[in-house]
Design a protein around this ligand. Structure first.
Ligand code: B12
Length: 297
């Protein structure tokens, strides 16, 4: 998606006159920035946010760098059914359209991840288990979702440099990249300076990241756990680093059984990304004043 747009491009994309657009800008409905040369520019993320809030149609989405048919209102059940079909046949453009239509229809990123992308991937996993889906279809679906997450991230405004920070990823031996990329996306939407460090990270480098970056939150996504003992050792090391630097350790993922959790320390466990966002929002407001930090017990 194009990041900065001229008033002319935006007015043509929305299908209104440049003077109407400037009026919206003057009323503060659409924030504008000026380039070093004094030219007016609009951030694509602000334009999308204006369209979401106003329900205004999009006449030429391609001028914003979006697929040509984006901008139709779509219900969640239609989105889910259409995404299932599109992703299985590798129709990436339709997947992109469904994701952006959902976003423009008012769906939050957290709903897109928890209620649209995750169930679609769960189904693909089930179909693979039953032998009705080929491995290549599963891998292709993952590649598509990874690219979509990256593009959806580009649709969000840049977080403020004073926003609380969150980092995270998966431990060595856990190759699952999508949950951690989704966490990055939903925390950014919630106004956090979030950055996924990806998958298969040695525990020592996670601790080094906590020490160097001093995040408010470190998330650990756990989709597989080959050795419980090694995993629990790593978790104890991570917990020690987190408490040393006043970082909240948030854990989640399909492989985190109740049995494992009973033997670990963490600040919060969440079943889904909606829970994570609620926790982060409470933590973010509780720690907005510097003297009110999360206690490191
Ligand atoms: C894609 C995929 C892979 C890909 C991943 C590629 C990638 N780039 O990520 C690869 C190819 C690596 C893979 C490999 C294997 N896979 Co696989 N895989 C999947 C699949 C289809 C989707 C996984 C996914 O991304 N889901 C989407 C995420 C977003 O959903 P989620 O994990 O449930 O996460 C949600 C919540 O748990 C939560 N959450 C997750 N993490 C966190 C973290 C925090 C902090 C919080 C708050 C919340 C949270 O929020 C998310 C959104 O709601 C699943 C099916 C499934 N049920 O998920 C099988 C699945 C997990 N795989 C399975 C299997 C068997 C394997 C293999 C053993 C296959 C093989 N024989 O080689 C290997 C094992 C790899 C290994 N080293 O361990 C089985 C696991 C069965 C089991 N119970 O153990 C599943 C369930 C498929 C199935 N139905 O049989 N797989």
């Amino acid at each position: 998606m194009k990041q900065l747009l001229s008033p002319k491009q935006v007015s043509r994309a929305i299908g209104v006159s440049e003077s109407s657009l400037k009026r919206w800008c003057d009323k503060g409905l659409l924030p504008m920035v000026r380039t070093a040369g004094g030219h007016r520019r609009l951030a694509a993320s602000s334009v999308l946010s204006f369209l979401r809030n106003s329900g205004h149609a999009l006449a030429h989405p391609e001028l914003l760098g979006l697929p040509a048919n984006v901008g139709k209102s779509i219900s969640q059940s239609t989105a889910l059914n259409s995404l299932r079909k599109a992703i299985l046949c590798g129709d990436e453009q339709s997947c992109r359209q469904i994701a952006f239509d959902s976003y423009l229809s008012g769906c939050r990123m957290v709903q897109i991840c928890d209620d649209l992308l995750a169930p679609t991937l769960h189904e693909i996993g089930h179909a693979w288990e039953c032998g009705t889906t080929e491995i290549f279809e599963e891998r292709r679906a993952c590649e598509i979702v990874e690219r979509l997450l990256f593009e959806l991230r580009g649709a969000l405004p840049q977080p403020s440099s004073t926003a609380p920070t969150a980092i995270g990823g998966t431990l060595e031996g856990d190759p699952y990249r999508l949950p951690t990329a989704m966490i990055d996306l939903v925390l950014r939407e919630a106004g956090w300076l979030a950055q996924s460090h990806g998958s298969s990270l040695p525990c020592s480098t996670m601790c080094a990241a906590i020490e160097k970056l001093r995040p408010r939150v470190f998330w650990l996504s756990v989709s597989v756990c080959a050795s419980s003992e090694r995993f629990l050792d790593d978790c104890a090391t991570l917990w020690h680093a987190a408490t040393t630097y006043g970082t909240a350790l948030v854990v989640g993922g399909a492989a985190l059984s109740g049995e494992l959790r009973q033997r670990m320390h963490y600040s919060a466990f969440c079943d889904n990304l909606g829970h994570l966002v609620s926790f982060a929002t409470a933590l973010g407001s509780a720690t907005s004043s510097p003297e009110n930090r999360f206690p490191a017990n």
